[in-house]
Design a protein. Structure first.
Length: 255
């Protein structure tokens, strides 16, 4: 078995064995003696070999216990050469551990940020699906639906059409190009004569729905259609108007 892969117990025993070979010195004279004749070169070589092995173990985190290196840095116990090397290795270990701690904290922070971003992405996906569902309902509804926005034009409040569904287009024989961004009174002047602009403003102000009741529309050919018209608030200065064709029911005298 190679030295680099020996067990913790082996290293502990080896350190004890080497330490017993080195006299514990209490005075400066003893220190001088230790640096010269009291410590055999073979003992120092063994300590160097041992220090090298432990440093390699720590660097690989295979052994992961730097206490032996700090033990060899004790100035009252081991030769100066060993002390200096052990102290240098010990400082490197401290710096590496500090850097690893910073990296760990940075990684933990990044994980939290990633988790938050993932939650936001998931919420956005849910929001996008919800918007798509509402869009499908809006576009496939049998009711005519149009969305208007309250704006200020020439210092007076009025409404312009923002969008409408296919049923509204069919009812009024219009296209999106015909209505988008146009003043409400230009598209549906008949409703303006009934005071609908004031009603729309009240819907936004009160944040409640208002039913206009049954309204008859007549085309250029004189054909009449009856619609139950309702208004309800949306977010900000937006309001929606619904047109429910009740002509068949009206002709049967049911309402």
């Amino acid at each position: 078995m190679k030295d680099g892969y020996k067990t913790k117990a082996h290293h502990k025993n080896k350190l004890k064995e080497l330490r017993n070979k080195v006299p514990k010195l209490e005075s400066s004279k003893a220190v001088d003696a230790r640096n010269s004749k009291d410590v055999k070169k073979d003992d120092i070589d063994q300590l160097l070999d041992y220090l090298t092995i432990i440093a390699e173990q720590v660097s690989r985190k295979r052994y992961g216990n730097p206490k032996e290196i700090f033990e060899l840095a004790k100035t009252n116990v081991y030769p100066k050469k060993i002390n200096e090397l052990a102290e240098s290795f010990g400082m490197m270990i401290v710096k590496v551990e500090a850097r690893e701690l910073r990296l760990t904290k940075a990684i933990d922070k990044l994980k939290k940020i990633n988790k938050k971003l993932q939650m936001e992405i998931d919420e956005r996906k849910i929001g996008e699906k919800t918007i798509q569902i509402y869009s499908d309902i809006f576009n496939n509804a049998d009711l005519g639906l149009c969305v208007c926005q309250m704006v200020n034009i020439d210092k007076r409040k009025t409404f312009k059409l923002i969008t409408a569904n296919p049923a509204f287009m069919q009812i009024n024989k219009l296209s999106m190009k015909d209505i988008q961004g146009k003043p409400f009174e230009e598209i549906l002047p008949e409703l303006c004569k009934l005071g609908i602009l004031n009603i729309l403003e009240e819907v936004i102000r009160s944040s409640r729905s208002i039913e206009l009741g049954d309204i008859c529309f007549e085309d250029k050919k004189g054909t009449q259609d009856w619609f139950l018209v309702k208004t309800f608030p949306l977010s900000s200065n937006f309001v929606c108007i619904s047109f429910d064709n009740i002509t068949k029911v009206k002709s049967k005298g049911e309402i």
